[in-house]
Ligand binder design. Structure first.
Ligand code: COA
Length: 253
């Protein structure tokens, strides 16, 4: 049972809708939110009545990435990589076997963008903003995005997102293959839900087999592992600590 109030889960008519519900922090993801997300994906995978999962964000922004205070705390506690809930989540995403549909308005930062590389249909607002400023935080890409993003949009555009901290808007995301459609903000969730309902009515096993054929799970898990080792090292670096402190002190304790 989901006990995390910042992740809302509704299941009806073959569809599990997962709503990130921490709008006051732009839906930045905490340890307990990752735990709830992993649990939801596991439930969706094993429950035959769930055909499709929809990911959405409450408020004006999809997700501002990993909670930076959590990053700082994890670095202080020097946890082993295996115990990071963010890595459990990205592994669960990489192997998730049913269609994932995303509805994105506003900001999608860091994992807010990289998780979309694991979604099968992505509907975005014209004014959505996608960014993966890992280098600016003295970190490295995660969620197999070092493999998937260049493969999707080309090396130079991916590098500009990772290393220059460039941002894409909805139209640019559509043009470079990150999204199926760019829409007025109020049409994004209805369109994503409608697409999810269409998928929910398709032959389920053929749908799953099609997704499986399109994604190389083993390769993604290998990349996630190497990214994770590097990420855990970067997290401990003095340059990363300085970036986290800078973010947190700009915004008070
Ligand atoms: N971790 C923790 N808190 C976050 C956060 C994050 N990743 N992103 C936003 N917040 C918090 C802010 O600290 C602020 O909290 P406060 O109201 O208690 O001060 C609140 O969410 C609103 O954010 P704010 O920065 O005031 O909104 P904005 O519209 O000016 O900017 C962002 C939005 C997303 C551009 C900006 O918050 C940001 O850059 N966040 C960090 C994104 C990031 O680097 N994520 C990690 C990627 S690996």
């Amino acid at each position: 049972m989901n006990t995390c109030p910042q992740v809302r889960i509704e299941t009806a008519s073959g569809l599990m809708a997962i709503m990130l519900a921490r709008p006051e922090k732009k839906n930045a993801l905490t340890t307990s939110m990752y735990q709830a997300l992993v649990q939801a994906l596991e439930q969706a995978s094993t429950d035959p009545s769930i055909r499709v999962v929809l990911l959405d964000g409450e408020g004006g922004d999809f997700c501002a990435g990993n909670d930076i205070a959590d990053f700082a705390a994890q670095a202080r506690s020097r946890q082993a990589l295996e115990s990071y809930d963010v890595f459990r989540f990205v592994r669960a995403l990489a192997v998730f076997d049913k269609p994932l549909v995303a509805a994105v308005r506003g900001r999608a930062v860091g994992i807010g963008t990289t998780l979309l590389l694991h979604c099968d249909l992505v509907y975005v607002a014209h004014d959505a903003r996608f960014s993966t400023p890992f280098v600016d935080l003295a970190l490295v890409p995660e969620a197999a995005s070092s493999l998937l993003l260049p493969a999707r949009i080309g090396h130079v555009r991916a590098f500009a997102l990772f290393a220059l901290g460039e941002t894409l808007d909805g139209a640019a995301a559509l043009a470079c293959g990150l999204a199926n459609a760019a829409l007025p903000a109020d049409q994004v969730t209805p369109r994503a839900r409608a697409a999810a309902q269409v998928l929910a009515a398709k032959p389920a096993l053929a749908l799953q087999a099609t997704k499986k054929l399109m994604r190389d799970h083993e390769r993604m898990l290998t990349v996630i592992e190497s990214e994770g080792r590097e990420f855990a090292q970067r997290l401990l670096s003095t340059e990363a600590q300085a970036m986290f402190q800078a973010f947190m002190s700009r915004r008070g304790p």
